[in-house]
Design a protein. Structure first.
Length: 173
């Protein structure tokens, strides 16, 4: 049994959305990721989706050149490069993955290779992928919430209702 192609999958996904936003989705589909780098894929997808879509629907597939880079890998690199030059070496050598989206098999190796390709060749790059990283964000939040200093920043509904958003700046900064 043959599975649906990417154009059929994209079309089906759009058709499952609320009717009020389908027009915008058909007109603004953005390709992302390295697997969309095949020459002519945007034009081909646009034609194939247009053939499936209602005839009055404008279909536009947008294929920005930066789609070949993973947004979060490039974002990690850019974040390090915005830091003080004196600590960049340590940040490149101690990048720790956290959160459920980092659980994909091979993601640490991929990130290591992609940041190495972007970064200075003399810099040691080490991506640390703790096995419990799926829960590390929750664990960090749990530790933060248990600190006495953080509890002083808690805002109850009554305080927020009385002071509005400015209470956040008063109590937290």
């Amino acid at each position: 049994m043959e599975s649906a192609g990417i154009h059929q999958t994209a079309y089906n996904s759009i058709m499952k959305c609320d009717i009020d936003i389908r027009k915008d989705l058909f007109a603004n589909t953005v390709l992302s990721g390295g697997t969309t780098m095949y020459p002519g894929i945007a034009d081909r997808m646009q034609k194939e989706i247009a053939a499936l879509a209602p005839s009055a629907m404008k279909v536009k597939i947008i294929a920005p050149p930066e789609r070949k880079y993973s947004v979060w890998i490039g974002g990690s690199y850019n974040s390090i490069m915005k830091c003080d030059i004196d600590i960049r070496k340590d940040l490149f050598a101690n990048t720790v993955l956290s959160g459920g989206t980092t659980m994909y098999p091979g993601i640490a190796d991929r990130m290591q290779k992609e940041i190495a390709a972007l970064g200075p060749s003399a810099i040691k790059i080490k991506i640390i992928a703790p096995p419990e990283r799926k829960y590390s964000v929750w664990m960090g939040g749990s530790i933060l919430a248990s600190l006495d200093s953080f509890q002083e920043m808690w805002i109850c509904k009554e305080e927020y209702d009385d002071a509005g958003p400015s209470i956040v700046h008063r109590k937290c900064f």
